[in-house]
Design a protein around this ligand. Structure first.
Ligand SMILES: *[C@@H]1O[C@H](CO)[C@@H](O)[C@H](O)[C@H]1NC(C)=O
Ligand SMILES: *[C@@H]1O[C@H](CO)[C@@H](O)[C@H](O)[C@H]1NC(C)=O
Ligand SMILES: *[C@@H]1O[C@H](CO)[C@@H](O)[C@H](O)[C@H]1NC(C)=O
Length: 217
């Protein structure tokens, strides 16, 4: 009886220790392929953001979040206050991060030219993407057309002009879209067919008319 009780206590302490280890990041095992991809990303972005990424345990690096159980990178917060200067990004560098759910590259001055954002269609978990305050243009919308997991897209201040690209966004099932501070013009389109839409931010454009059939800001 008391022997069994001791065993249970020991097992419980062991479980607590394991829980503590994974909660504090100590038990995480960074995937080597993902660590190498992160170092490549660091090199690509080095003009604009200084990342203290070194060592083997990439899950404990600043701005990197891993799944506490699998150790895969799930989130990268590389956004900065908008920087002067520009970066030629190679989007394929991110592809080894196959479990990536959330990515912010805000303010880095990433240009459209040759970036190859189309390749992110194979990031099948990518749900939140923040590309605000980069040197993009309307082409970004068609480039992301096959990133079908996307639900939240931030394209504030990315030089998108003309009519609101409702068709492209509704085909992607986007729920939250920020298009503030772009060059959108003309009249507001009917948004009732964009059934996935929960929030659309349009301030800082030159639009006429009123929005119907949607939550909006
Ligand atoms: C982008 O990166 C991939 C993989 O790292 C490489 O194969 C490709 O040549 C690069 N593309 C450019 C334009 O640098
Ligand atoms: C967007 O920029 C890229 C790269 O500079 C260019 O090739 C493309 O034609 C531009 N697209 C639009 C719609 O302006
Ligand atoms: C809207 O913007 C586009 C692209 O800048 C421009 O070609 C067009 O003339 C503008 N239309 C109106 C109604 O201002």
């Amino acid at each position: 009886m008391s022997y069994n009780f001791t065993v249970i206590l020991l097992a419980q302490s062991l479980m607590l220790l394991l829980l503590w280890e994974s909660a504090s990041g100590f038990g995480l095992r960074c995937k080597e392929e993902e660590r190498r991809a992160l170092l490549q990303i660091k090199a690509e972005l080095q003009q604009q953001i200084e990342l203290e990424w070194k060592g083997m345990e990439c899950c404990s690096w600043e701005r990197v979040t891993c799944d506490p159980i699998t150790g895969h990178v799930t989130r990268l917060d590389l956004g900065v206050d908008p920087m002067p200067g520009s970066i030629l990004l190679n989007a394929t560098t991110f592809l080894p991060l196959r479990q990536l759910r959330s990515l912010s590259l805000s303010g880095l001055g990433i240009t459209m030219a040759g970036a190859g954002f189309e390749s992110w269609s194979s990031l099948s978990k990518l749900k939140m993407l923040d590309l605000s305050y980069n040197l993009l243009n309307n082409t970004i919308i068609s480039s992301l057309a096959k990133v079908s997991s996307l639900r939240v897209l931030d394209l504030e201040n990315t030089a998108i002009v003309g009519n609101i690209p409702v068709k492209e966004f509704s085909a992607l099932n986007l729920e939250v879209v920020n298009l503030r501070k772009n060059g959108l013009n003309g009249s507001l389109p009917y948004l009732g067919d964009w059934s996935s839409l929960k929030a659309l931010s349009l301030a800082g454009n030159i639009l006429d008319g009123t929005i119907t059939s949607t939550g909006n800001s």
